[in-house]
Design a protein around this ligand. Structure first.
Ligand SMILES: NC(=O)c1ccc[n+]([C@@H]2O[C@H](COP(=O)([O-])OP(=O)(O)OC[C@H]3O[C@@H](n4cnc5c(N)ncnc54)[C@H](O)[C@@H]3O)[C@@H](O)[C@H]2O)c1
Length: 249
């Protein structure tokens, strides 16, 4: 497959870093986007050390100007952007009656407005190329619902619905849009910071997972890379569960 240019958000750490490195291995030049450039340095270096191409993009996905400036910088460095992985996200464990307007708006700004803005920033490139791949990282919590996670799980539900609608709108332009709702992926900033807030302790969760292991960032990255292949052109609007069997549908 010819080299493409991929923008991966939240790529300084965790699942986003794994997706960025995996897509670089497939020969794509990567825009490593995260809240500030310095945070992106480790992922950029890992890609370059492995012989790949990457640049750091400091941007807040919830901010229109910031996202468009980052996309322009990436385009200038490597060319039109035809792969987008909307991975940046924030979680929330607020019991329902304690949810504030500010917290709700913040989570929705990052998790829902963020992916929408990132698509707006690169969609013209994809339409011009008559080729594009958009992978949105949602959450298995949106499929099952989760206690104390109404803000987060509903925002990720919006990501799943956004995927379906975008797939229909952009399909005629050769652009596929899919989402991956991860199960519990350990070793990320998000999962390690919130271990004590999970609905079930790890041992209990493990016993319910058919594959009997927790997820790793590369589990998600491998599925993401597959969705970005030429061979996946007939897959769009789908929810590709990578969750060890946590959600079976
Ligand atoms: N880890 C899991 O078990 C799990 C499960 C389900 C869904 N997810 C989803 O997967 C994605 C990645 O999660 P992770 O566990 O790797 O998290 P993480 O916290 O390790 O990484 C998220 C990255 O996004 C960045 N980010 C946050 N807000 C941003 C913003 N406004 N603009 C730009 N970057 C921003 C952070 O700086 C961080 O580097 C998230 O969307 C998350 O909701 C994770």
């Amino acid at each position: 497959m010819a080299n493409k240019v991929a923008l991966v958000t939240g790529a300084a750490a965790g699942i986003g870093a794994a997706c960025a490195k995996r897509l670089a291995r497939d020969g794509h030049a990567i825009g490593v986007l995260d809240l500030d450039e310095a945070r992106c340095a480790e992922t950029v270096k890992a890609i370059q050390d492995a012989g790949g191409q990457a640049i750091a993009l400091g941007a807040d996905v919830s901010n229109r100007q910031s996202v468009f400036a980052a996309a322009a910088k990436l385009r200038e460095a490597f060319g039109p952007v035809t792969i987008l992985v909307n991975n940046a996200g924030v979680t929330d464990f607020t019991p329902f009656e304690e949810i504030t307007d500010d917290r709700w708006d913040f989570v929705y700004a990052v998790n829902v407005r963020g992916p929408m803005l990132c698509v707006q920033a690169v969609i013209k490139d994809m339409k011009t190329a008559h080729w594009g791949r958009i992978v949105n990282i949602s959450s298995s919590g949106a499929q099952t619902g989760a206690i104390n996670m109404i803000t987060y799980s509903s925002s990720k539900g919006a990501v799943i619905t956004m995927t379906r609608s975008m797939a229909q709108e952009f399909g005629p332009d050769g652009i596929t849009v899919n989402n991956i709702p991860p199960g519990s992926v350990m070793g990320t900033i998000m999962s390690e910071a919130n271990r004590d807030k999970f609905q079930f302790p790890t041992e209990v969760l493990l016993a319910t997972l058919p594959v009997r292991r927790m997820g790793e960032p590369n589990d998600i990255a491998n599925a993401c890379a597959w969705l970005c292949l030429e061979e996946s052109s007939y897959v769009t609007g789908q929810t590709i569960g990578v969750n060890g069997g946590r959600v079976v549908s």
